[in-house]
Structures are given as structure tokens and as C-alpha cells.
Ligand binder design. Structure first.
Ligand code: ATP
Length: 233
């Protein structure tokens, strides 16, 4: 397995006018690690995920993705896939057509489309138009689109949004199996209980500041102290 760290961030900051969305964030995500970002509304989770996807550039700090320094450009290395603010899909097409269109855009083969749709539990609706799909089904299709690129770093903003408990378990199973082959996964949630069972490590953000980062077991050991810091921050 390639041991190059998926993410190494040091002192990352990002502001929007007067709003400090990220304030000096350090983050390490190893290959094959599932890393959860948790925090209340406005904590900075989506902003941080957006930097990993090259949707925005940090104002300060150092960021390396898959061993490549990302400077002040929006270019992130090949091997990064995912989405924030919902997956970008073509609503008038079916799941199979959406994935074929993406494969064509990327110049990649389409032979894995059926197995990928099966992997995310969408085989039965592969030829239905997605216009009427629930949020959870769209999330699954977005995940399928990302999987098709065989990512080494998968970035997902609240992938459990719109999924029922069984759907969440399905998606977690896919992410766990992906990580076991060396892909790093970083995902956000408002809810720690969503992430605790799935993630190797978690990072807690609150109003742009890092409150905790490390293994879930360490978090459990320190949770009394953390409750205090969250209440008083
Ligand atoms: P949520 O869980 O509600 O999505 P979050 O933890 O993902 O929250 P962000 O969306 O990263 O938080 O937002 C962090 C802060 O930055 C918030 O105060 C938000 O209003 C602000 N912000 C984010 N993007 C922009 C933008 N494009 N323009 C102005 N302010 C922004």
C-alpha cells in the first residue's frame, strides 16, 4: 500500500471578508484512513473540504495533498474525488447515463459502471431518470461517480444526509472497504455518533478553530475536557 500521506495541512487559514472560516488548522490524514470532520453549523467543515477538492485556495498555511504541495492555485493532484454541497448530476439522465457521461468526459472506460452502481445499491434504478430521486439516492449516485475515478483521497460533505439508517450503513460499508484498499476518506457530519463507529480519526472544528484531532479512542478518553472546551469556546 502507498504510504504517502493523503493530507498534510499546517496552519491553514481561510477568511471570507470579516468571517474567519478556518483559523490555523493542522490536519494529518494517512493513506487508508477514514477521517471525520465534525462541528456545528459554520464550524468550517465545508470550507476545509473545499480546499481539499481545489474549489477554493487557503489564504495562509501549507497544504500537501497526496504528497504534492498545493500552492495558491486551485489545482489538486489526480486521485482526489468527491463533492461538497451535493453531487453535480444531470437530472434529466439516468444513473447509468450520468456515469457514462462522466466516464466520457474523463476519457475513462465505462466497464465498471454496473459494478459501481451495484456497490452503492442503485442497480435496481440504474435506468430510471434521477429527477425524482431522493436526496439519499442522489448522494449514493454522487458517491458512485467519485468511486468510478478510483480515488486515492475521497472527500464527502455530509454523505449521510438524506439516508435512512440502513442507507447510512450501506454507505459506511462502501467507505470501509475502500479504505481497506488504501484510499483515504474524509467526510463531515454534524453528529459525532454518525462518525465514531466509522472513522479511525476525527477532527472537531468550532467557529474555524480546531478543538480536537486524533483517534476516536483518544477522543472518548478526553471527552469530559472537550465538553468543557466546546462549552467555553
Ligand atoms: P454547515 O455544517 O452549516 O455546512 P460548516 O461547518 O460546513 O457549516 P462552512 O460552510 O465551512 O461551515 O462555513 C464556515 C464559515 O464561513 C461560516 O460562517 C460561513 O457563513 C462562512 N462562509 C463559507 N463560505 C462562504 C462564502 N463563500 N462567502 C462568505 N462566507 C462564507
Amino acid at each position: 500500500m502507498d504510504q504517502t500521506p493523503a493530507v498534510r495541512a499546517r496552519g491553514i487559514s481561510k477568511s471570507f471578508g470579516d468571517i474567519v472560516a478556518l483559523d490555523g488548522i493542522d490536519l494529518d490524514i494517512a493513506a487508508g484512513q477514514i477521517h471525520g470532520l465534525v462541528g456545528p453549523n459554520g464550524a468550517g467543515k465545508t470550507t476545509l473540504l473545499g480546499l481539499l477538492l481545489g474549489l477554493a485556495v487557503a489564504d495562509g498555511g501549507e497544504l500537501e495533498i497526496l504528497g504534492t504541495p498545493v500552492g495558491r492555485s486551485l489545482l489538486v493532484p489526480d486521485g482526489v474525488a468527491g463533492f461538497v454541497d451535493g453531487p453535480g448530476l444531470y437530472p434529466s439522465l439516468t444513473p447509468r447515463q450520468n456515469l457514462s457521461a462522466l466516464a466520457k468526459l474523463r476519457g475513462s472506460g465505462s466497464d465498471e459502471i454496473d459494478t459501481t452502481l451495484e456497490r452503492v445499491g442503485l442497480s435496481d434504478v440504474a435506468d430510471d431518470r434521477i429527477r425524482g430521486f431522493s436526496l439519499g439516492m442522489r448522494q449514493r449516485l454522487g458517491l458512485a461517480a467519485a468511486l468510478l475515478t478510483r480515488p486515492r483521497l475521497l472527500v464527502l460533505d455530509e454523505p449521510a444526509n438524506g439516508l435512512d439508517p440502513a442507507g447510512t450503513r450501506d454507505v459506511h460499508r462502501v467507505l470501509t472497504s475502500l479504505a481497506s484498499t488504501g484510499t483515504a476518506v474524509v467526510l463531515s457530519s454534524h453528529r459525532m455518533d454518525d462518525l465514531a463507529a466509522l472513522c479511525h480519526e476525527v477532527t472537531i472544528l468550532d467557529t474555524g478553530r480546531l478543538v480536537f484531532t486524533g483517534p476516536v479512542a483518544k477522543l472518548a478518553a478526553e471527552s469530559g475536557e472537550l465538553d468543557y472546551r466546546l462549552r467555553t469556546s
